[in-house]
Unconditional design. Structure first.
Lengths: 239, 239
DNA sequence: CGTATACTTGATCAATGTCAACAAGGGTGG
DNA sequence: CCACCCTTGTTGACATTGATCAAGTATACG
C-alpha cells in the first residue's frame, strides 16, 4: 500500500470527452494525488477464479487492477452468461447503481488489485477537481469503448467477431507496438463466447476458420499468433 | 439563451458510479451553475432531418437536447448504418476522440439544442468541481446504459430485441409512470433496425409478431400501444 | 497416472439476412 | 381537393449461418 503502486493508474490511456485536439492525450495523476489515492487504498492479492464481488451485493468499493486480468459478467435467467468486460492493468471496475454492483467480478488469472472505499474516494474527489477530471476522462473512455464494442457486436458472423476480439486483445498487450503478433488470451473459450454473444461451439469453429484462412494461429488455448496482420485488419474493418 | 432554459439539464436522471445508496439519486445544478452554462451556450433550433455534425469533423461543441429527438450513427463500409443512440431531452451528445466526432448526429424531429463550445466548457469544469461531478455522473450513467444495451443486443431473436426497444422508449416517455401504454416512436423502422442490429425487414416482421402475440399494437408508423405490459416485460426479461 | 474440465468436431434445425415485389403514406403541385 | 410520385414500410421465397444436441478428444490438475 505504498505510494508508488499508484503508478499503475497514474495515466489513463484516454482522451476525454471534453478535450481539444491540441492537448495531450492523457491526464496523469500528480505525485500528491497518487499518494492521496494510496492512502485510502488497500492492496489485495487474489488467486485465479476468485470472485471479487457479486451482482447486487453492496457496492462499498471501487477497484483498480494493478496486475492480472479480471472479468465482469452477469448470469442471465436463461442460464447464459453475458461477459461485460475484461479488465487489465490500470482499468477501474466496480460500476454500481443504487449502491449495488451491476455485475459479478471474478479473477481470471492471479491478480493484484487496489481496493478503494467508495465513501473515501468520494470525499477525495470532492476536494480535488483535477483528480475528478481524471476519473471523468476514464469513464468517458470506457463509454467510447463500450460504443465501439456495440458496433462490432452488430456483426453477425462469428469469424469477424472473433477477429475483432483478437485485435482488441492485441491492443491491450501494447497499444503502441503495431507489430505485436503474439497475443495472450488468458480467458477461456467460454468467456470469449459470453463476451462476443456467441455459443461456445461457434467460437471454436470461428477459431478454426481463422486458422484455415491463415490469419491467426492458435497455439495452445491461451495464445493467439497473428499470422497475417493486414488480412486480420481487413476482416475486422469489413463491417 | 436565458438562464431558465437550463432547467432542462438541471438534473440528470442518473446515479453515479461513486455514490452511496443513502444519497439522493440525482445531482441537480445550482442556479449559479445553470447561469454559467447558459452564458457559454447558444440555443439553436433545427428542422427535422438536419445533420448536426458529421463523423470525423472537428469536435468544437458539446450539445444538450432541450426538446426533440436526435440520433447518432455511423455509416459502415458495408453500406449499413449503425445507430449508436437516440437522444432525448436532457441528454448530452458530442462524444469525440482526438478532437473529432466519433459519429454523425442528425435531428429526427424538429429539435432545440444548446450548443456549448468545448473550450469554454473545459474552463468552466476546471473551476467548478461540483459541475464536473454532474458530468461524471452523466457519463457514468451513459456507460451503464451502454452496457445494458450490449447485454440486450446479445439476444438473437428479433421479437425480443424489439420488445426491449419498445420498453426503453416507454421509459423515456416518463420514467416514473409505470402505466404508460402509448409510446411514440419518432424514428423510422430503418433507424430502429440500425439501432438493434437487425435488418429493416426483420424489424417489420418482429412488429407483426408482437402484434400477433397481443403484446403491442402498432398504430401508424410512429406510435406503439402496449397492450399487455406484463407479457411484454416477461418477454424482455426472458434473456 | 487418472479424472474432471475445457475444448473440438459433427449433424440437424430454426431464425434471420437477402433479394424481390408490392402496399401504404406523406407531401407537392396542379 | 385530388392526383401523382417518391419515400417508407410490408410481405413472400430462398439461402446462409449460428444455436443446439451429441459424441469424442485434449489438457490441466490433483
Amino acid at each position: 500500500m505504498s505510494a508508488p503502486v499508484w503508478r499503475h493508474v497514474a495515466s489513463f490511456n484516454a482522451t476525454p470527452f471534453l478535450r481539444s485536439a491540441a492537448e495531450a492525450a492523457t491526464v496523469p495523476f500528480t505525485t500528491q494525488q497518487r499518494e492521496a489515492l494510496a492512502s485510502i487504498a488497500t492492496r489485495v492479492r487474489l488467486p485465479s477464479r476468485k470472485v471479487i464481488y457479486r451482482e447486487d451485493s453492496a457496492a462499498n468499493w471501487i477497484f483498480a487492477v494493478a496486475e492480472g486480468v479480471v472479468k465482469t459478467y452477469r448470469d442471465l435467467p436463461s442460464g447464459k452468461r453475458s461477459v461485460s468486460a475484461f479488465l487489465f492493468a490500470r482499468d477501474l471496475f466496480g460500476l454500481s447503481e443504487h449502491g449495488r454492483y451491476l455485475n459479478t467480478a471474478q479473477a481470471i488469472t492471479q491478480v493484484t488489485l487496489y481496493r478503494l472505499p467508495v465513501a473515501d474516494l468520494m470525499t477525495l474527489l470532492k476536494h480535488d477537481g483535477e483528480m475528478q477530471l481524471a476519473f471523468l476522462v476514464k469513464v468517458t473512455y470506457e463509454l467510447r469503448e463500450s460504443q465501439r464494442r456495440a458496433i462490432l457486436l452488430n456483426r453477425r458472423d462469428a469469424p469477424g467477431r472473433l477477429a475483432m476480439f483478437v485485435q482488441r486483445m492485441r491492443d491491450h498487450v501494447d497499444r503502441s507496438a503495431k507489430r505485436v503478433q503474439s497475443v495472450p488470451l488468458p480467458m477461456s473459450r467460454s468467456d470469449i463466447a459470453g463476451f462476443l454473444g456467441l455459443s461456445l461451439e461457434s467460437v471454436s469453429r470461428a477459431a478454426a476458420e481463422l486458422e484455415r484462412r491463415g490469419l491467426v494461429k492458435f497455439e495452445g488455448r491461451h495464445l493467439a499468433r497473428i499470422a497475417d496482420p493486414d488480412g486480420l485488419a481487413a476482416l475486422v474493418a469489413a463491417v
